[in-house]
Design a binder for this molecule. Structure first.
Ligand SMILES: [Zn+2]
Length: 459
């Protein structure tokens, strides 16, 4: 009987709600699936202050399947390959769907509403997608509102508003292109992850009024090249030269061309890697070259990025290409590929030390002696001799170990390589600090984007 009532309820609700489509506006997809984490849990309590609904996600649009405006709390139970939804009284809502489907639970107001799960307030809805032995925990939300949580993480809110607007259009273009192409993480059920691998997404908790207005002031704006919307790339600092995607990634794109950057501010860094450390880094990366003898840069891009390095040791040679160089040294230590190398940067420093005279010629005396300027040695009887002047004489005291001053050379510095670099990130597309500089000089966000991306339009 309970089941029958449930079916009837679901049917009534379904009929009442109809299937609403929330979709794209122009070339901007309406919604995005953001992978938050991997989970193994099977029970989730979710609160929906604006009421609850079930949706299906498809290519940047969401379709409302069932709507329960009066239900504000649900339990999601993952069992036997299905996800069942119960209300707060434990009554089945008869919404059961396969866990690799694109169904998800969300606020009845999917564009503006929120939900709370595990103490965290999020926008939109929650999808659980079977992935390996666990689930991908995915936040499905309006793409524009997703940008509210990207901007403060990708650019400081203290930057001028025009720089923030340029960043908003870049982040939107990247997200839109990723959704259109089926998602960078499509196999795990979502479009973008929330780390630097895609764009950092900090959730609703990190939103700031200034960043939000940079997004809303540019609503729907994308970067176009040849009349087609394109993905945008950016990095913190390009070291003074905008890199081409052709040279760095190997895929040419007409709008990602190389040129000198006259706005990018200087940003230098340095790391020192001793020979032993370098040897072990190479070994962990699968190269056994033995004791390091020579380190060379063998290929560079036009703008100075290192594309290939050669390490020579007494047991062999390793040639490492651009895709593995930063990970070899650690991507946070090696902030970019624009660097120079100095080998064996130690120097010999002269230093004066006092040390015992050669042990074989040292001796201990049992009397006092005086050596006068003629070289004659006399035994000194302290009771009888009154010295007129001792300035020309060496007085040798009884029982003294003789020491002498000596100049020695000591190694100072490092034994290995010093890497002196500039810039932070891949250097392709927009330099974020360059955008800040342009905005400070009075350029608008469209000028900034057109400076960093060749022959593009913003619309
Ligand atoms: Zn990613």
């Amino acid at each position: 009987m309970k089941k029958l009532i449930g079916v009837l309820c679901a049917l009534v609700v379904f009929l009442c709600a109809g299937t609403f489509v929330f979709g794209a506006s122009g070339d901007v997809p309406g919604f995005i699936r953001v992978g938050v984490t991997n989970v193994s849990g099977s029970l989730y309590y979710v609160t929906f202050p604006e009421g609850f609904a079930v949706y299906e996600y498809s290519g940047g649009e969401v379709y409302q399947k069932y709507c329960y405006p009066d239900v504000t709390q649900v339990e999601l139970v993952c069992e036997g390959g299905y996800i069942n939804v119960y209300d707060e009284y434990g009554e089945e809502l008869f919404i059961s769907y396969g866990d690799t489907s694109q169904y998800f639970v969300g606020s009845a107001d999917i564009e503006n509403g929120t939900f709370t799960e595990g103490g965290r307030i999020c926008r939109g809805g929650l999808m659980l997608y079977r992935c390996g032995s666990g689930y991908s925990y995915i936040n499905v939300l309006s793409l524009e509102k997703y940008l509210y949580g990207v901007l403060p993480k990708e650019m400081s809110a203290s930057y001028p508003i025009e720089a923030l607007k340029a960043q908003a259009v870049c982040a939107r273009s990247y997200a839109a292109q990723t959704v259109r192409s089926g998602g960078k993480h499509g196999g795990a059920g979502y479009d973008v992850c929330c780390s630097q691998d895609c764009q950092v997404y900090g959730g609703m908790g990190c939103e700031s009024a200034k960043c939000t207005s940079a997004v809303s002031d540019t609503t729907g704006k994308l970067v176009y090249y040849g009349g087609v919307p394109v993905s945008c790339y950016y990095s913190a600092n390009n070291g003074g030269w905008i890199e081409s995607s052709q040279e760095i990634w190997g895929g040419g794109a007409g709008y990602l061309k190389a040129k000198k950057d006259e706005f990018n501010p200087s940003d230098t860094w340095e790391i020192v890697v001793p020979d032993e450390k370098l040897k072990s880094l190479l070994r962990s990366a699968g190269y056994n070259v033995g004791n390091i003898q020579k380190v060379q840069v063998t290929k560079r891009s036009e703008g100075g990025s290192v594309l290939e390095m050669e390490f020579t040791g007494d047991a062999g040679k390793a040639v490492i290409g651009k895709d593995r160089i930063r990970s070899l040294f650690g991507t946070s230590a090696m902030r970019s590929l624009k660097f120079d190398i100095t080998e064996n940067g130690y120097e010999l420093v002269k230093k004066v030390v006092r040390q015992p005279v050669n042990r074989e010629s040292s001796f201990t005396l049992d009397q006092y002696y005086v050596l006068d300027r003629t070289g004659e040695v006399m035994v000194l009887n302290l009771n009888e001799v009154v010295a007129k002047s001792l300035s020309d004489a060496l007085v040798i005291k009884k029982a003294e170990t003789l020491t002498e001053e000596k100049v020695v050379e000591e190694r100072s510095g490092y034994d290995g390589i010093k890497i002196s670099g500039r810039g932070y990130g891949h250097g392709i597309g927009m330099s974020q600090t360059g955008a800040r500089e342009m905005a400070a000089q009075g350029y608008g966000y469209e000028d900034i984007l057109k400076y960093y991306f060749t022959d593009v339009t913003i619309q």
